[in-house]
Design a protein around this ligand. Structure first.
Ligand SMILES: [Zn+2]
Length: 269
């Protein structure tokens, strides 16, 4: 069994303020330790479920030299490979012949009242993201990218808002590991780190015990990816590809025959 594990940082237990997730900030090293612990727990769960190939992708843009580079390499669990430094949700090769995806440390979409550090793609520049007419957060985008290769996302870990968001989009079959409850964007009631790791390990193993519990997320095609940005300047950044159109000053839309093409276009590939 081949498994990919997609990892963000804002959904990790113990984390609820930006300086824990921003490269070089005062509490970043603490955040990295907590993150790495939860990543290792998911890897142990995947190994216990019988995974023979595990690829873990760092999907957290911490900034500077730490962009997609937040794992502590000398503390990582044996038996997996770890991808760092690659552009967000753009390294899809590990999905080839992959049986399942797990989402660890994810956060809720922009505007979610009980979503800890909630945002979509950008903490300030982006208000809403849609696939076709469906409002999606990063879990939905990740699931759609995995769906390009027919890979289902079987597990989500993060706060309760993120688990709810993933369940509403991907169905009741998804296994959830809610490690904290958001009390606002910058406050939470957390599990202890060790308890969160135990939960994630157990739930990763459970999720992988039935690969058909969630269907791959495949948006209707032809497909459109639409971003509502905060400013006209923010919108302009996404219009480098000729097929990406403006809808007014602050909205961009990428339409194509397939979701993959629409996704590639908006990143100008
Ligand atoms: Zn992040």
């Amino acid at each position: 069994m081949k498994v990919t594990i997609w990892v963000d940082m804002e959904g990790v237990a113990g984390i609820c303020v930006w300086p824990q997730v921003m490269g070089g900030a005062e509490r970043y090293e603490e955040g990295r330790r907590l993150l790495t612990g939860e990543v290792n727990a998911a890897v142990r769960g995947a190994k216990a479920a019988g995974a023979t190939e595990i690829v873990v992708l760092d999907c957290h843009g911490a900034g500077g030299a730490y962009t997609f580079n937040s794992f502590l390499p000398d503390r990582l669990e044996r038996g997996a490979e770890y991808v760092s430094g690659h552009a967000w949700l753009r390294y899809t090769e590990p999905l080839e012949d992959c049986d399942a995806a797990l989402m660890v440390g994810f956060h809720a979409m922009a505007g979610t009242p009980d979503g800890v550090l909630s945002h979509t793609i950008s903490t300030e520049a982006l208000y809403n993201a849609y696939i076709n007419d469906t409002l999606v957060g990063e879990a939905g985008l990740c699931a759609a990218v995995c769906g390009i290769r027919d890979v289902p996302c079987l597990l989500v870990t993060g706060d309760t808002a993120t688990c709810r968001e993933a369940r509403e989009l991907l169905g009741e079959g998804i296994v959830e590991a809610p490690v904290k409850v958001g009390l606002g964007r910058y406050a939470a009631r957390h599990m202890a780190h060790a308890d969160a790791c135990d939960l994630i390990e157990a739930k990763a193993k459970e999720a992988l015990s039935d690969l058909s519990r969630v269907k791959p997320y495949k948006p209707d095609e032809p497909a459109a990816v639409r971003f509502e940005l905060a400013t006209a300047e923010d919108a302009k950044r996404y219009t480098a590809h000729p097929a990406v159109q403006r809808e007014g000053d602050r909205v961009v839309i990428s339409r194509a025959g397939t979701f993959k093409e629409a996704w590639d276009q908006i990143w100008n590939r």
